[in-house]
Design a protein around this ligand. Structure first.
Ligand SMILES: Nc1nc2c(c(=O)[nH]1)N[C@H]1C(S)=C(S)[C@@H](COP(=O)(O)OP(=O)(O)OC[C@H]3O[C@@H](n4cnc5c(=O)[nH]c(N)nc54)[C@H](O)[C@@H]3O)O[C@H]1N2
Ligand SMILES: Nc1nc2c(c(=O)[nH]1)N[C@H]1C(S)=C(S)[C@@H](COP(=O)(O)OP(=O)(O)OC[C@H]3O[C@@H](n4cnc5c(=O)[nH]c(N)nc54)[C@H](O)[C@@H]3O)O[C@H]1N2
Ligand SMILES: [Mo]
Length: 871
């Protein structure tokens, strides 16, 4: 009997969704009859034998850990065909039905009115005409390019930023600078203590995994879920590492408001803390160490500055308030005896702290304070010594690969030669810039917007001392925003105060909004002209799976799996089509290079020729890097500084760990939120978000907003398989799949709420509907809704049905001189939505409830098209 043919071909993919920094979570995609039939983990041995690749191994107590010979992608990666074939895919170019560039633009109807299909020709002509008009009337800085964000791990067809390449050739544009959203606290805080690393995390971080395995007794997972967030970019190796920690006897303590997925499996102890109160807990630990004398006094003397000032504050000499465990317990909700036990255990055991990035711990109001306090905690216990590190867990710290320099994207020469958007949000700098957290202010406020520091992700620390203003002077072609071109349209569901963003998008000042996107979701519904972009499955490309958390760094030539869906084109092609409308621009954009030319060039920049021939790479379609033979010689983390702080200075003004920052004291003497030493800030003119506030009488719960286990931010909210999971969506009595809102049984009972009820989460900034999920896995005093659920407005700027919780996050930045955003740790109330209230909304906003909706995948693309698009 002939075997059944289950596939015509298999192609490789990076299934990570981190975007252009290089991929991970590799997989194999099987295609039959032009359709993706399944996605499997990658077998690294597909075309190579294990002996051909040099691998690393680590050992303690005779037990070993090494990379697996099969990739470990997360569930949404393996389910990604559902995303490719989502009913939510944009099939053709469109125009908003009541947007007329020669007549009424009806900007107030953005987010409400539907769309009509237009041809590629018409769409590109409309866009080019608008660019010319806006340039003539206001100048090129009147166009804002929103091109940052994560996304599929393509390189040539990379998501985000292609429009910037064209706009730059046409004169320039206003750059939306992406604030360091993943790292707010580290960036605005820790950088001033240990100086190192662009984003402010501990860096260098070579070999800290090995050093921790060999020397640590305990790891504190402080705002860290190794069973969830490693999935988004690199896959599940972190999980293996945690099991291994247990096997070799490393104690794992989880400090977080929820018993998160990592805690549920690996924790020896879970310490449920209230959101954004970690600073109180940390100060009490310092208090215990100071009063019991249990810290490394010699190290503090030789490696740090400012311990005396911190001690004065902690012991109450500065403000008459000793930061005792009793003081802290009231604020952070952790029992006094637990604080004491944690402080003593931390001092007695060789301890590292692990984050993936840090969660709400470093993304709340004043997040620079807990971040700086962590540097002090580690500093007081001999940071850099054996087993004492900060882990950005598995992100950095695995063994070095041979021949792997930087990534292709970090080479500044490439940008020009290949005309690719090289980290557009980071390095394609423009004269006029506006931080992403301040876009609404830039549009809605009549006053110029001023800010200290841009928040650019790889900016050096001096940027935080610069004074900026938007718009820049008229002589320098400064202008307010009158047109937006967005290829990462999820500001509403991922950034600060989304309801205000909705209103900004409806401003008559914004005469034209162009969006290009594979899926019709989130901010797309505020666009005037829509271009259909396609997915990684539909293009030829090359990808470098070399993130530091990748256990088998490799590079892949990736052949397209399927033909483009509908009339979609790649992000690069979308922009090139518009370029055709400008004399000579198409040729300038492509420079006559084919995809293979670009693949070859990128491989060349990666140092390819020295590693493997182009012919072999093409034939096998992937290459696995060897572990560097001398990887064990890399000093772990801050070891050199630990050994000799005079010879190996840190990148701070004094070269030491600056518990007290003279630079901050001088630049911002009146800053009550980020002073020269980290403090507990109860409230400020920016944020009044503590349970002690009078606002807490109305909004008595602190909200936590994590990164979705079943999504990557706004991505993958429409995957039918994962939507069946009760922690991904809660099916309401009306059949709509609501975003889960976690509550402790005691809090739910007080409010008469049961699992499955439709609830509203609200504060002064608006209402978000959700589905109640009652569980003891979250502590009392807290409610928890992930960020990133798909925006489905009932009333623009006020009521949200899809669960996009960021519509009600604070609009205010991290603190006065830090343009970071707030993700969690603010006040809300949760109430059950009565049938009456729902009926009233149905009567008041019938069009919002009439949209075509498929519970399995959510809102459909055709919900937004006049006559469902069949014309
Ligand atoms: N409440 C709260 N909010 C948060 C956070 C939090 O912890 N809590 N975390 C913050 C953090 S750390 C981050 S990184 C941000 C995430 O914010 P983003 O990085 O902006 O979010 P993503 O949804 O990953 O991706 C951006 C958009 O790109 C789209 N996209 C994907 N692939 C492609 C492509 O090939 N082409 C085009 N044109 N588009 C594509 C996606 O569908 C999505 O709309 O959210 C921040 N917001
Ligand atoms: N599946 C999945 N993977 C992802 C992403 C995704 O969206 N989905 N996003 C990617 C991106 S861009 C980033 S930046 C990283 C983010 O990675 P992280 O920053 O690690 O992710 P979070 O989910 O925000 O937070 C981690 C944990 O912090 C805890 N936490 C929340 N608030 C507090 C608090 O106030 N105090 C303390 N002590 N703990 C708190 C929660 O238990 C939460 O599980 O993940 C990446 N990977
Ligand atoms: Mo992030």
């Amino acid at each position: 009997m002939k075997p059944i043919k289950t596939k015509d071909k298999t192609v490789l993919r990076s299934l990570g969704l981190g975007g252009y920094f290089g991929g991970g979570a590799e997989g194999m995609v099987d295609v039959k009859d032009g359709k993706i039939v399944r996605i499997r983990p990658m077998r690294y041995g597909w075309k190579y034998k294990k002996e051909e690749v040099r691998q690393w191994k680590m050992e303690r107590n005779g037990k070993t850990i090494e990379p697996t010979w099969k990739s470990l992608p997360g569930p949404f990666s393996l389910a990604y065909k559902k995303r490719v074939y989502s009913p939510n895919r944009i099939q053709f170019p469109m125009k908003r039905v009541d947007w007329d560039p020669n007549g009424e633009r009806n900007t107030q109807n953005r987010g409400k009115s539907k769309y009509v299909r237009i041809s590629w020709d018409e769409a590109t002509k409309l866009i080019a005409d608008e660019i010319r008009r806006v340039h003539k009337k206001y100048g090129y800085n009147a166009i804002l390019m929103q091109g940052d964000g994560h996304g599929e791990c393509k390189t040539i067809n990379t998501p985000h930023g292609h429009p910037g390449v064209l706009l730059e050739y046409l004169g320039g544009f206003t750059l939306q600078v992406r604030n360091p959203d993943s790292w707010e606290g580290w960036y605005w805080g820790a950088k001033h203590v240990w100086g190192q690393g662009a984003q402010g995390i501990m860096y260098p971080a070579a070999n800290i995994v090995k050093d921790t395995i060999e020397h640590a007794d305990m790891v504190l997972f402080w705002g860290c879920d190794p069973e969830t967030t490693p999935w988004g970019f690199v896959g599940q190796f972190a999980s293996r590492l945690c099991y291994y920690f247990t096997e070799i006897g490393i104690k794992q303590v989880y400090i977080c408001p929820d018993c998160n997925y990592g805690a549920a499996i690996h924790a020896d102890k879970w310490i449920p803390v209230l959101p954004n109160t970690d600073a109180a807990l940390q100060l009490a630990i310092i208090y215990m160490w100071l009063t019991e004398g249990t810290y490394d006094k010699e190290y503090v003397k030789t490696h740090t500055v400012g311990m005396d000032k911190v001690a004065d504050y902690v012991l109450g000499k500065e403000d008459d308030v000793p930061k005792t465990p009793e003081w802290a317990s009231e604020k952070c909700g952790v029992p006094v005896w637990t604080i004491k036990a944690l402080a003593r255990e931390f001092a007695a055991k060789t301890t590292s702290i692990a984050h993936y990035f840090g969660g709400g711990f470093i993304r709340g109001p004043f997040s620079h304070e807990p971040a700086r306090l962590e540097c002090i905690l580690l500093g007081m216990q001999g940071l850099g010594g054996p087993g004492v590190h900060q882990h950005q867990f598995t992100y950095f710290g695995l063994p070095r690969a041979e021949g792997l320099g930087g990534t292709f994207f970090w080479n500044p020469e490439i940008e020009e030669r290949l005309a690719l958007p090289v980290l557009s949000a980071v390095s394609a700098w423009q004269q006029q810039v506006i931080p992403k957290t301040l876009i609404q202010n830039a549009i809605l406020s009549d006053e110029p917007v001023t800010f200290r520091g841009t928040g650019a992700q790889n900016a050096l620390v001096h940027d935080q001392f610069e004074h900026y203003v938007f718009p820049i002077e008229e002589e320098k072609k400064g202008s307010r925003i009158h047109m937006i071109w967005a290829d990462s349209p999820c500001r509403i569901t991922c950034w600060n105060y989304g309801h205000e963003t909705e209103l900004a998008m409806q401003s008559p000042e914004i005469e034209c909004i162009v969006v290009q996107h594979p899926w019709f979701e989130n901010d797309c519904i505020y666009g005037d002209i829509v271009l259909p972009a396609n997915t990684y499955m539909e293009v030829d490309d090359i990808v470098t799976n070399i993130r530091q958390g990748t256990m088998q760094p490799n590079i892949m030539i990736t052949e397209k799996a399927i033909e483009p869906i509908g009339e979609s084109k790649s992000d690069a092609e979308c922009v090139r089509e518009v370029a055709k409308q400008f004399e000579g621009m198409y040729d300038q954009m492509t420079d006559g290079k084919t995809t293979e030319d670009l693949q070859k060039a990128i491989w060349g920049y990666m140092g390819g020729e020295k590693l493997v021939s182009w012919e072999q790479l093409k034939e096998k379609s992937y290459w696995i890097y060897n572990t560097a033979p001398d990887w064990e010689d890399d000093p772990p983390g801050f070891r050199e500084f630990y050994n000799d702080p005079e010879k190996h200075k840190l990148n701070t003004p004094t070269g030491k760990l600056e518990f007290y920052s003279e630079a901050l004291a001088k630049a911002y003497p009146d800053d009550k939120e980020r002073g020269p030493i980290p403090r507990w800030v109860e409230k400020s003119h920016n944020h009044d978000e503590r349970l002690s506030s009078h606002r807490a009488k109305m909004f008595p719960l602190l909200i936590m907003s994590n990164h979705g286990r079943w999504r990557v931010h706004a991505q993958c909210d429409d995957i039918t398989w994962t939507r069946e999971t009760p922690t991904m969506k809660v099916t309401g009595p009306d059949g709509y799949k609501y975003e889960p809102c976690w509550m402790h049984p005691t809090e739910a009972e007080k409010r008469g709420i049961k699992t499955g009820d439709i609830v509203k989460v609200f504060n002064e900034r608006g209402i978000v509907l959700a589905g109640a999920y009652v569980t003891e896995r979250v502590r009392p005093g807290v409610t928890y809704v992930d960020h990133g659920a798909r925006h489905d407005p009932i009333k623009t700027g006020e009521i949200e049905r899809g669960g996009a919780i960021n519509t009600i996050t604070p609009g205010a930045i991290t603190s006065e001189n830090c343009v970071g955003q707030i993700g969690g740790g603010y006040l809300v109330e949760v109430q059950k939505v009565s049938g009456e209230e729902m009926d009233q909304w149905r009567r008041d906003y019938p069009e919002a409830f009439a949209r075509k909706y498929d519970p399995a995948a959510g809102l459909r693309f055709d919900a937004w098209i006049v006559d469902g698009g069949d014309k």
